[in-house]
Design a protein around this ligand. Structure first.
Ligand code: AMP
Ligand code: MG
Length: 379
């Protein structure tokens, strides 16, 4: 019987993601309280006229027009009158309802509602959403676009936003610009820099590094003004896989090294001072998938956002077999919302990666056609 080289004690993916999350600092939002009643005055919720509801369907003479932002004290709605009003404008004194444009008929030089208005119709009442001083958001909440909008509404300063700076450096003596048959080009570097940009980071592609411990150490120590260094290669079991030892020699904290995932077992994450080093495996599919899993997690944490939820679910249209005890991420096409497995050739197969829309999570011994599985979208 063939022996699996997998280790059952390898770190599960969820645990690796959790360790990364907890090792990184997160900016948190301040407590938000309503600066004033929201809305601060009664506001029109529709375009129409502001009038006194008690006058029913009687015609109203128009005194003028109020736009959002106009001071409503310009008019006073007395019996027999109304003011044209646009959405967001404050109600003039005397008015207690809005009749929308669609419910108005001309009546000489006046207008007449074709319905019986009720006080409060289409009015956003003062303090309806919040009273001054009310708690709108607990301190320490994760950052989201909507919450930044809330800070702005409450007149609070927004946290400065700068994209997280990421540098990408491949490793490997075999990486050259004009490869002889025994050499290759650096495809991971441009791929990972593009991915980091797609994920919202500011990414800089650096020259590939040789498999030479002093050079690797110097590159780590002189990483410069970046928050995350994405390396690829040099974290596996080969004689030239120096990165884990170099990081340890430099006193880095290894968050994890080796996870229960196929492809991508040698994945490493370490903190060297404030610098997060994501040591991706060298094989292109492994490097890509691990960057797709770990980089959004790190970026979200460093930006104070909630942890990303990258998994979607869909049915497989064909079976996928899988031996071994690491969960497999298998390349698929998405066809009408269902996963069509591709005949992938494994972790070195950049050609299939470039054709895939998604990677399906397959536990041993595999999944039948029709099974609902979770998957990651290729971006
Ligand atoms: P390593 O993890 O360094 O042992 O590399 C595993 C495999 O990935 C080897 O076949 C490498 O040649 C290949 N590889 C490593 N780095 C890159 C890269 N930047 N671009 C393309 N292939 C790479
Ligand atoms: Mg290598």
């Amino acid at each position: 019987m063939a022996m699996s080289c997998d280790h059952p004690d390898l770190l599960p993916l969820e645990e690796a993601l959790r360790r990364l999350w907890e090792a990184l600092p997160a900016p948190a939002l301040p407590e938000v309280r309503a600066e004033r009643d929201d809305p601060a005055m009664d506001l029109a919720a529709m375009d129409g006229v502001a009038l006194r509801a008690s006058e029913g369907r009687a015609p109203r003479r128009i005194l003028g027009t109020l736009f959002a932002g106009d001071d409503p004290a310009a008019y006073e709605v007395v019996p027999g009158t109304a003011v044209r009003i646009m959405t967001g404008a404050a109600l003039p004194p005397g008015a207690d309802a809005i009749v929308p444009v669609e419910a108005l008929e001309p009546a000489g030089d006046a207008v007449r509602p074709n319905l019986v208005p009720v006080a409060g119709d289409h009015v956003r009442r003062r303090g309806h959403q919040a009273k001054a001083g009310e708690l709108l958001l607990a301190g320490g909440s994760p950052v989201s676009a909507a919450r930044l909008g809330l800070l702005a509404m409450a007149g609070l300063p927004l946290p400065p936003h700068a994209r997280i700076r990421v540098a990408v450096a491949s490793t490997g003596n075999e990486l050259v610009a004009h490869p002889k048959p025994h050499q290759i080009r650096d495809s991971n570097g441009p791929m990972l820099a593009a991915l980091a940009r797609t994920l919202g980071a500011e990414a800089e592609l650096r020259a590939a590094l040789p498999d030479d411990p002093p050079t690797l150490a110097a590159a780590l120590l002189n990483a410069g003004d970046i928050r995350i260094l994405l390396t690829s290669g040099g974290v596996s079991m080969g004689d030239h896989d120096h990165l884990p030892a170099v990081l340890k020699d430099l006193g880095a904290t290894i968050l994890f090294h080796k996870i229960r995932l196929k492809p991508g077992k040698p994945m490493l994450a370490a903190l060297l001072g404030d610098l997060l080093v994501l040591g991706l495996p060298g094989n292109p599919v492994s490097a890509y998938l691990n960057a797709l899993l770990f980089l959004p997690q790190a970026l979200a944490r460093l930006e104070g956002r909630a942890a990303p939820a990258p998994w979607r679910r869909a049915r497989l249209v064909a079976p996928v077999r899988h031996k071994g005890d690491r969960p497999l991420l298998h390349p698929c096409r998405l066809v009408e919302g269902r996963l069509q497995p591709l005949p992938g050739q494994g972790s070195a197969d950049l050609i299939t990666l470039a054709q895939a829309d998604a990677f399906a999570w397959i536990d041993s011994p595999g999944q039948e056609a029709g099974a609902k599985v979770r998957y990651l979208l290729v971006v």
